[in-house]
Design a binder for this molecule. Structure first.
Ligand code: GTP
Ligand code: MG
Length: 437
């Protein structure tokens, strides 16, 4: 073994990826993402640094980015100047990776309490206490991580649904087994790395309409490309959508079980779009998979959680609720059903929701497995019963304290819209007057 990927090394030596990138920055080592490979010499150096940290300073703060000066001249912030931790709201600017790239800006992500907390054996005991005592505003720690929301896009028949089916079958919690799964275009998977939320986007319509309304629900886009077909028109469209949304992209080359599969061709074709796979020296994460045999699916999930970890996704379940409509439809029996993605705060049965100029009271909620639930926190897609009109994909949802507040908000919005319309009519008249007969 002469080279190793950054995240593999991090795992091997028991530090998290943020910390590993800090060390690499300290050493002035160039990398593109956590899945970039590093040389054996560097690996040795890193192990040395970690070993020294482990013995120095009475057990050392493994989380403290201060490698010995003899090893690295330009180290990141010393511990004496703790960095501001990320803002409380998720709305705070997070570093945006360039389209089609793994978020390599690990260095731009300020160290967070959770990033520093996971302890290698060396930080147990006294050292662990030291870590906890580092000055950090308490409010800032309390915004917890949230699950990543992943959109699957790609050309017709390239295997998007099959891939999701494979993940769902093997990963979704047992409660699904008995119930009939309703198709709500979204589902949650429990993986070894935690919860991941997937959105199936037939023909990317949902993705595009949601974006057209200025909302972004996806944190990561998976572009599925069949290995026997390579890039097709809708593949290019899907890539363009992901790039426009500035969402980190992972390519899954599917159907590698087929005899005629040619993953190398897919990679070459991608390169022609200026999307250079890592193994060709670029930033694009490409994972060969088979939705049929399941090969590579575990790797794909691993890459998703790595990407999510670096994005440092957070939301406050106790904050003010906000969400986005994923889809709305009329069910003959149930009535109007809307799938809502909870982005901030928590939804409860009985809450009043306002969408555009309509409101409704939540009468019932089901999770994506069809099970009845009473509340739903951040990054949870839920099907809500209680609207009288069908809301549209991408519409933003807020909550109101009671019916009175909901109606006031709706009235205010209607008033604003009428004013804007009147203004437009007036402007048109003036223009016509000016042009004259
Ligand atoms: P649309 O929703 O119509 O855009 O298609 P999709 O991308 O969801 O493709 P779908 O999952 O429906 O798969 C299309 C066909 O490819 C089906 O016949 C699948 O059985 C087959 N298929 C999907 N994944 C694989 C795979 O990994 N290997 C093989 N051999 N066949 C696959
Ligand atoms: Mg499909």
């Amino acid at each position: 073994m002469s080279k190793i990927r950054i995240y593999s090394l991090a795992k091997e030596v028991g530090v998290d990826n943020h910390r590993m990138l800090e060390i690499l920055d300290g050493l002035g080592v160039q990398y593109k993402s956590v899945s970039s490979t590093i040389e054996e010499d560097t690996v040795e150096l890193i192990k040395q640094i970690l070993a020294e940290e482990g013995t120095d300073a009475t057990g050392g703060q493994v989380s403290d980015p201060t490698p010995d000066t003899e090893v690295a001249g330009e180290t990141p912030e010393p511990a004496a100047a703790p960095q501001p931790t990320p803002a409380v709201q998720t709305a705070a600017p997070t570093p945006e990776p360039a389209p089609g790239q793994m978020p390599s800006e690990g260095r731009a992500v300020p160290p967070t309490p959770t990033a520093t907390a996971p302890a290698s054996p060396a930080t147990q005991g006294a050292a662990a206490t030291q870590v906890e005592e580092r000055p950090t505003a308490p409010a800032e720690r309390e915004v917890p991580h949230r699950a990543p929301v992943v959109t699957i896009m790609g050309h017709v028949d390239h295997g998007k649904t099959s891939l999701l089916d494979y993940i769902r079958k093997t990963k979704v919690a047992a409660k699904e087994a008995g119930g009939i799964t309703q198709h709500v275009g979204a589902f949650e998977a429990q993986t070894s790395k935690g919860r991941i939320v997937f959105i199936d986007t037939p023909g990317h319509e949902a993705f595009t309409t949601i974006r057209a309304r200025g909302a972004n629900v996806a944190d990561i886009a998976i572009i599925v490309i069949a290995a026997d077909d390579s890039l097709m028109p809708q593949t290019r469209e899907a890539i363009a959508h992901a790039q426009a949304a500035k969402v980190p992209m992972i390519v899954a080359i599917n159907k590698i079980d087929l005899a005629q599969a040619d993953p190398e061709r897919v990679k070459t074709d991608l390169t022609q779009l200026n999307l250079v796979p890592e193994e060709y020296g670029g930033d694009l994460v490409v994972v060969p998979v088979s939705a049929r045999t399941g090969e590579g699916v575990e790797d794909l999930l691993e890459y998703i959680s790595l990407t999510a970890e670096l994005e440092d996704l957070r939301a406050d379940p106790k904050g003010t609720f906000s969400g986005v409509i994923i889809e709305g439809k009329v069910d003959k029996q149930a009535g109007v059903l809307a799938t809502v993605m909870v982005q901030e705060g928590t939804l409860h049965i009985g809450d009043f929701l306002v969408v555009g100029e309509r409101y409704g009271k939540i009468k019932a909620m089901t999770d994506t497995g069809g099970g009845r639930i009473k509340e739903a926190g951040p990054s949870t897609p839920v099907q809500v019963l209680g609207f009288s009109d069908v809301p549209e994909s991408g519409e933003k949802v807020v909550s109101a304290k009671n019916e009175h507040a909901a109606r006031e908000l709706v009235d205010a919005r209607a008033g604003q819209r009428r004013d804007a319309e009147n203004a437009r009519v007036r402007n048109r008249l003036t223009l016509e007057e000016m042009m004259g007969p």
